[in-house]
Design a protein around this ligand. Structure first.
Ligand code: AP5
Ligand code: MG
Ligand code: ZN
Length: 214
């Protein structure tokens, strides 16, 4: 199963991707998590990406396209993969199609987790993220077993720099301008699956699984 998670910042792409990754036993590949790991390790890529991410802007296509194409060639992707946060521009979508056709593969579904902007702004202030494994939690909707500690890897949970309200607003603008056109792109290809992202977390997973099993 080769999946893409589409949706605005904070729509719940990562939350659902983790659950689908457990269910199908395929890797969850989040470009945002890859960049944050590089920032933490202070790599050259991390230094470049940080200047864009902190402002709520997209990292330039050329820094992300080859990185994903290489990642999809790794052994753990043979049974499939879940791309979370990629593609985010039409250029990226096009490059993904080319990389996949070179591997004789294609996207089975692009899942759009649909949440209105007002709900997103409310949600983001309560998000806490693990900087080691990328798991996200919520002070109200998805609490970790121990406050401030990641259930998966026991590292500490933080408020992401780009979750400040002003930066969230900027990310939403960038999403509507540059990423939303992908909804039409995948609709035309017949691979779009739209789910209501305002429902509770397990209900959304069930809705996605139902679509995918059709
Ligand atoms: P990225 O890390 O991908 O961030 P994003 O798209 O802004 O999305 P988020 O991770 O913020 O949200 P999410 O949809 O995963 O929501 P989550 O599950 O955490 O990218 C960060 C930056 O990196 C970008 O801004 C860009 O600069 C750069 N970048 C990355 N990829 C790039 C690319 N391809 N090209 C260029 N630049 C790129 O959920 C949010 C919160 O809500 C959590 O607290 C969660 O617990 C809670 N929640 C989830 N579902 C529900 C629910 N149903 N009900 C209530 N609460 C819920
Ligand atoms: Mg995420
Ligand atoms: Zn963790």
């Amino acid at each position: 199963m080769n999946l893409i998670m589409l949706g605005a910042p904070g729509a719940g792409k990562g939350t659902q991707a983790k659950r689908l990754s457990d269910k199908y036993e395929i890797p969850h590949i989040s470009t945002g998590d890859i960049f944050r790991a590089n920032i933490k390790a202070q790599t050259e890529l991390g230094v470049k990406a940080k200047s864009y991410m902190d402002q709520g802007l997209l990292v330039p296509d050329e820094l992300v396209v080859d990185l994903v194409a290489d990642r999809l060639k790794q052994d753990d992707c043979v049974k499939g993969f879940i791309l979370d946060g990629f593609p985010r521009t039409l250029v990226q979508a096009d490059s993904l199609d080319k990389a996949l056709s070179a591997m004789d593969a294609k996207i089975d579904a692009a899942v759009d987790v649909d949440v209105p902007d007002e709900d997103i702004i409310k949600r983001m202030a309560g998000r806490r993220a693990c900087i080691s494994c990328g798991s996200t939690y919520h002070l109200q909707y998805l609490k970790p077993a121990v406050e401030g500690v990641c259930d998966r890897c026991s590292d500490k949970l933080v408020l992401r720099v780009d979750d400040e309200p002003e930066t969230v607003k900027k990310r939403l603008l960038v999403y509507h301008e540059q990423t939303q056109p992908l909804i039409e792109y995948y609709t035309k290809k017949g691979s779009l699956v739209k789910v209501d992202g305002t429902l509770d977390i397990p209900t959304i997973t069930i809705a996605i699984l139902k679509h995918l099993s059709k």
